[in-house]
Design a protein around this ligand. Structure first.
Ligand SMILES: [Zn+2]
Length: 336
């Protein structure tokens, strides 16, 4: 059957710009691709508990809590895949109001750090420096009452966070990573590390950490759900409307966080959750120049996007790993 088409208008006259030319083949696409992700750019988050078994985490399919021995084995696997850095979150057997297991010499993160470094000297260990996994109330520091409200005692928390960071460095942590969002935590930790002889240990703190419902699975994994209230009184407002403005700088939270007292401009910093907040990565990067670029990439992929990808996978809308790479590429686009 012959189909006769009406005469075609000449729509190509000015079409000299044809971006599809360089998208035509896989080889051409790989040649012109701007973002490449390598295993060495990733940090493997590990949850370590004091038992001997491997405990699958219901809210994070494919992720488990490991014993110290299990973690050592998994780090070996990660290294064989090219992932050279891990960040450790500890789940202690006993908790108390002061979170003493966070800074105990035989605390779970300290023990695990020593074991991992002894078995795999080539790995970089980052220790998450917070108290919420270790306090019986689940908040990020000891409590006090202000104006009839029970909240975290900021300055008392600083002291305990400084103790925690020093004990982690003493155990062999290559980087300490405060996540409590206490005012002055970076300066307090830097001062304590330097006084204890750990001037070489970077402090990888949050430039941006929003109070977020995205953290549900993480809290489940780390056993750090607050027993009352939430963390809105110390983590940042995701809408940013109440942006705490830094005196004399006039910067909203997201930018001010990148320039807090005590922070070495070359130190890495974190942003969480990256989902829905990638513009902040760009701002942190722009404010930090070249050295900030390394850092902006450390945008947490744990919270938010993995859940969405996994949920769709469960409904058979798609399969891993290709969709799982999309949010990672987004971080790469924003960060470099
Ligand atoms: Zn915390």
């Amino acid at each position: 059957m012959t189909i006769s088409l009406p005469p075609r208008p000449d729509v190509r006259a000015d079409l000299t710009d044809r971006p599809r030319r360089t998208r035509r083949t896989p080889a051409l696409r790989s040649l012109t691709r701007e973002i490449s992700l390598s295993a060495a750019q990733f940090i493997y988050p590990m949850f370590i508990h004091e038992g001997q078994d491997e405990q699958p985490i219901a809210s994070m399919p494919g992720v488990s809590r490991y014993s110290v021995a299990g973690a050592v084995a998994r780090v070996g696997e990660a290294l064989s895949l090219g992932v050279n850095t891990v960040v450790l979150f500890g789940i202690p057997n006993s908790k108390d109001a002061q979170g003493t297991q966070a800074y105990a010499d035989q605390g779970i993160v300290q023990v695990a750090t020593r074991a991992i470094k002894a078995a795999h000297p080539g790995v970089s260990v980052i220790a998450d420096t917070c108290l919420c996994e270790y306090t019986d109330h689940g908040h990020c520091g000891p409590l006090c009452e202000i104006g009839g409200e029970v909240t975290v005692d900021n300055d008392a928390a600083l002291e305990l966070l400084a103790h925690t960071a020093v004990s982690q460095a003493r155990a062999g942590a290559d980087i300490v990573a405060p996540s409590a969002m206490m005012d002055g935590q970076i300066g307090a930790i830097r001062t304590a590390l330097d006084a204890a002889g750990f001037t070489h240990v970077p402090v990888m703190s949050y430039a941006v950490k929003y109070a977020s419902a995205y953290y549900g699975p993480f809290r489940d994994a780390a056993g750090s759900t607050p027993s009352f209230g939430n963390r809105g009184g110390y983590q940042m407002d995701p809408a940013g409307g109440q942006a705490r403005r830094r005196a004399g700088r006039g910067l909203p939270d997201g930018q001010a966080g990148a320039a807090l007292p005590g922070r070495d401009p070359g130190d890495p910093r974190r942003l969480r959750p990256a989902s829905g907040g990638l513009q902040r990565v760009g701002r942190v990067r722009d404010g930090q120049g070249r050295r900030g670029r390394w850092h902006a990439r450390r945008a947490a992929h744990r919270a938010g996007d993995p859940d969405l990808v996994q949920a769709r996978r469960g409904r058979r809308h798609h399969d891993l790993p290709r969709p799982g790479r999309r949010p990672l590429a987004a971080r790469g686009r924003t960060g470099p």
